[in-house]
Design a protein around this ligand. Structure first.
Ligand code: HDE
Length: 719
């Protein structure tokens, strides 16, 4: 027989009054609404005398039980607190971004290190040393909001700069070219890569028929495909990737003179990627690997940093260059046109609230301040329409700039009014321009300060045509492939074989290999061999490819980092582990500017040989070696027996080796390697037996190379 209970049933005893596990006046979390531009800030403080209220401010007496007619009777419609709470919950979700749905943002600043006053009047580029507030959102493209971080995919690198002359959004990617040349093809490429419409899968993956069907029918995508199949598409962290504005933009000086510009972000700690087999496992071990990395780095004071570089050129350069600078499937190699560093971007603050900031931030390519202008790149022109449009769909109101994350930090004044969720409307009687009622009739336009477009003479017929200058689809794809080091070329081949092996229709595989044969015969042959197929005839190009000079800047490994700074060592330790070696290791890691994490049989930690207790960050099955850049294994003799029987420990060792990581271990640990099937011959330059502080130092120095690439050929079936 049920009995009446007014409290939360989980407490199990009947008592009068609402159940509150922390007592009736527990501190509530701080909740702020800030209109962003002079609106009032209402704060629900953490003071203990502030009570739970409805959105209307009515104090709530019972938040555990809805209002019912009789103890076991139906719920009453007049329960406005219940209705408001559920109503709000039901409407918590907004549409996720149609692309780039999964992302992570952080605050920071841009600091100018070199004035560009001679080429642009943009305020942000005038005064060396001046800082401009910034918000950056990194993202994957294809997956939905809840997908995993280590998808093989392009990464978005969107930067909002709150300049003194309005917001400048540089909405870029970590790859300097794009799949298509004309924005009208964007829905097609995105439909093709997203889950197939009938079955609703695969999620966040390009390895399926529709993607490769579209790609193999779209030769202009070949250059981008080389990048997406390369290690660039599986970055180790947002902190270790480059960013690019992709399109050619213009700088305009005070006289309206134009200089073309391409924007680059260069990570201070260098570039780094993971291996594909590692990526697959990271997605299982920690689907939030990239966002956690960014969060951890910023909250521990290791602020990620990038240099802003520009490639500047004029019409004469553009005319001489082998490819059309308006074609977004082409880049200008750094060796042809150097990148000048003009500033730095530092991310030093995580968001307070993911939804308010990262989810609601609205980047728009058309947000550019005076002194910057668009080029006629047809992709950029299409984007300028799309981004404004998409924000209305996503945020539901033309007033999305009233949301604090999107609001300019500089003064602004206009007569736009009303609409959903309008947080600030113009005051006074005159809401039009010109007027003679407001103070001095203002605000008025300012021809001097105001945004002006480049006065470009335009002639031509109205038509739907691609220029001939966009017709070479293979030369730069070839340049990219040939600029890679041997391990990187192998990864491209492996990625293509992997992806095309998931394609069910043989004709798509054949058509794709035909393109690869035209791009680079050896590449096409290797992929064909990997697929076990007879080679088709090479694709017939619209324009015969040319051999252009290779560029080291396109390779991650050729220009690899020189230190272990910012990386993470995983120390698998058990009780009884040698304290001296442990301490030397920790010291060396800290000296290198890196971090470490202890992985142990129990999360409570281990007791080292000298009796020191250290806590663990991960239990062994929660901290597989894929989460670390290098590993050290320090085992106490008494604990070895248990580890030898433990499958996750063996996976830890085998994966660290297979993923070409630097591995350090103590003499006692050797039986573990034997158990995993390793012999003396397998111990290569990347394996360090730690006996003294000296070889701890050598190990850390070696870790700067990040991977032992020679090993890959020994451990990979595809090699
Ligand atoms: Fe985007 N893109 N895009 N894109 N894009 C969006 O805008 C679009 C393109 C990029 O973190 C959408 O707010 C078209 C190139 C990033 O919030 C949408 C075309 C590049 C982000 C849109 C492109 C990008 C987006 C979806 C072809 C690199 C995430 C949500 C002409 C230079 C921004 C949104 C963030 C987001 C349209 C191609 C980068 C639908 C039509 C090329 C980093 O407006």
């Amino acid at each position: 027989m049920a009995t009446a209970r007014k409290n939360n049933s989980s407490r199990g005893t009947a008592s009068k009054g609402p159940f509150n596990p922390l007592g009736p006046s527990n501190p509530t979390s701080s909740f702020e609404t800030d209109t962003g531009h002079g609106g009032e800030v209402h704060q629900q403080s953490t003071d203990t005398d502030v009570h739970l209220t409805t959105q209307q401010g009515i104090p709530v007496a019972d938040d555990q039980n809805s209002l019912k007619a009789g103890t076991r009777g139906p719920t009453l419609l007049e329960d406005f607190h219940f209705r408001e709470k559920i109503f709000h919950f039901d409407h918590e979700r907004i549409p996720e971004r149609v692309v780039h749905a999964r992302g992570y943002g952080a605050h920071g600043y841009f600091e100018l290190t070199k004035s560009l006053a001679d080429v642009t009047r943009a305020d942000i580029f005038q005064r060396v040393g001046e800082k401009t507030e910034a918000f950056v959102r990194f993202s994957t493209v294809a997956g939905s909001k809840g997908s995993f971080d280590l998808a093989r995919d392009v990464r978005g690198f969107a930067v909002k700069l709150y300049t003194k002359q309005g917001n400048w959004d540089l909405v870029g990617n970590n790859i300097p070219v794009f799949f298509i040349q004309d924005a009208i093809k964007f829905p097609d490429i995105i439909h093709a890569v997203k889950p197939e419409p009938d079955r609703g899968f695969p999620q966040a993956q390009s390895a399926h028929d529709t993607f490769w069907d579209f790609i193999s029918l779209t030769p202009e995508s070949m250059h981008m495909i080389m990048w997406v199949m390369s290690d660039r598409a599986i970055p180790r962290s947002f902190r270790f990737m480059e960013g690019f504005g992709v399109h050619t933009f213009r700088f305009l000086d005070t006289n309206g003179r134009s200089t073309f510009v391409k924007f680059h972000w260069k990570p201070k700690l260098g570039m780094q990627s993971v291996m594909w087999n590692e990526a697959v496992k990271i997605n299982g071990a920690d689907p939030d690997f990239h966002r956690r990395d960014l969060w951890d780095a910023i909250t521990s004071g290791n602020f990620p940093e990038w240099e802003l570089g520009v490639q500047l050129f004029d019409e004469t350069f553009a005319e001489k260059f082998e490819f059309d600078v308006l074609d977004p499937t082409k880049l200008i190699p750094e060796e042809v046109l150097p990148v000048q560093v003009v500033g730095r971007l530092v991310l030093d603050r995580v968001v307070d609230n993911f939804f308010a900031e990262t989810e609601q931030v609205a980047f728009c390519t058309q947000n550019i301040p005076p002194g910057i202008d668009f080029s006629n790149d047809p992709l950029l022109q299409g984007r300028n329409f799309s981004y404004l449009d998409t924000q209305l769909k996503r945020l539901g109101s033309p007033n999305f700039t009233h949301i604090p994350i999107n609001a300019p930090r500089c003064p602004f004044a206009h007569f736009q009014q009303d609409g959903h969720m309008a947080m600030h409307n113009p005051k006074g009687r005159a809401n039009y321009e010109p007027n003679s009622l407001g103070a001095e009739g203002g605000p008025r336009e300012t021809p001097e300060l105001g945004f002006r477009s480049f006065a470009e003479p335009i002639t031509g017929t109205k038509e739907r045509l691609r220029p001939d200058s966009f017709a070479d689809h293979y030369s730069q794809a070839r340049m990219f492939f040939r600029s890679q080091t041997a391990p990187e070329q192998k990864h491209i081949v492996d990625a293509l074989v992997f992806e095309l092996s998931k394609v069910e229709h043989p004709h798509i595989r054949e058509r794709m290999v035909a393109h690869l044969l035209t791009l680079d015969a050896a590449l096409g042959e290797k992929v064909g061999e990997g697929l076990g197929m007879e080679l088709p005839d090479p694709a017939v190009p619209a324009k015969k490819p040319i051999d252009v000079k290779t560029s080291d800047a396109l390779s991650i490994i050729a220009r690899g980092p020189e230190s272990f700074e910012g990386r993470k060592l995983g120390i698998l330790a058990t009780s009884g582990a040698d304290a001296k070696i442990f301490n030397a290791l920790v010291k060396a890691v800290e000296k290198a500017g890196a971090v470490y994490e202890i992985i142990a049989p129990k999360i409570s930690g281990v007791t080292l040989s000298d009796g020191t207790a250290v806590t663990a960050k991960q239990k062994i099955d929660g901290g597989p070696s894929v989460l670390y850049d290098a590993v050290a294994i320090l085992v106490g003799v008494d604990e070895l027996g248990a580890l030898l029987k433990d499958a996750p420990t063996q996976d830890f060792v085998r994966d660290a080796y297979a993923h070409c990581k630097f591995i350090a271990f103590t003499a006692e640990t050797k039986p573990l390697f034997e158990k995993c099937g390793f012999t003396e011959e397998d111990f290569d330059d990347g394996c360090f037996e730690l006996g003294s502080a000296t070889n701890v130092k050598q190990f850390l120095e070696a870790c700067a190379k990040l991977r032992v690439w020679d090993r890959e050929l020994k451990v990979d079936l595809d090699a």
